[in-house]
Design a protein around this ligand. Structure first.
Ligand code: ZN
Length: 163
């Protein structure tokens, strides 16, 4: 565990300084941390390689994410990512949120989208630079996978396919 932590610090020091500041700030003061009132969708995912857990709760009203919150513990990257993801998808439709999750997951493994797609992610796009550190990719994508899993049943039920 100690070794993992020191290699992580080394990795972060290589990140662009601005990105690092944004990520550390999001982890220190996460947005939407905590359970929400009467969630309609929920998903808990674990990243066993790092020990991260994200329990995501959403409230979907009229096809849009009207409330979102997360609980769970994990490393700086996983916490920062959950904070940025919840900020990014608040108020979005299910189709928009699923598209954003796809863009993020693609970018995190080096599959590039255009500028307009990246801009949809807001601050979360800073975390796509995690592709430089393969060991941290699961930490960064955990919250986005939880979002996809929590929403995909609704998507099927709604019969909408934006692909
Ligand atoms: Zn992690």
């Amino acid at each position: 565990f100690k070794r993992q932590r020191s290699s992580f610090t080394l990795g972060l020091s290589k990140l662009n300084q601005l990105y690092r500041a944004v990520i550390l700030d999001a982890a220190a003061h996460p947005h939407h941390k905590g359970a929400i009132q009467s969630p309609t969708n929920e998903m808990t995912l674990h990243n066993p390689t790092c020990g991260d857990t994200v329990n995501l709760q959403l409230k979907v009203t009229d096809g849009k994410i009207s409330d979102i919150g997360f609980t769970g513990d994990g490393c700086t990257i996983s916490q920062a990512s959950a904070s940025m993801m919840t900020d990014a998808v608040s108020g979005k439709t299910i189709a928009e949120a699923l598209k954003m999750a796809k863009i993020f997951s693609d970018e995190a493994i080096g599959k590039q989208h255009d500028e307009a797609d990246l801009a949809l992610l807001g601050d979360a796009q800073t975390l796509t630079s995690i592709m430089q550190f393969p060991a941290r990719i699961k930490c960064a994508t955990l919250a986005w996978w939880a979002l996809t899993r929590a929403l995909e049943n609704d998507q099927k039920a709604g019969g909408t396919n934006n692909d």
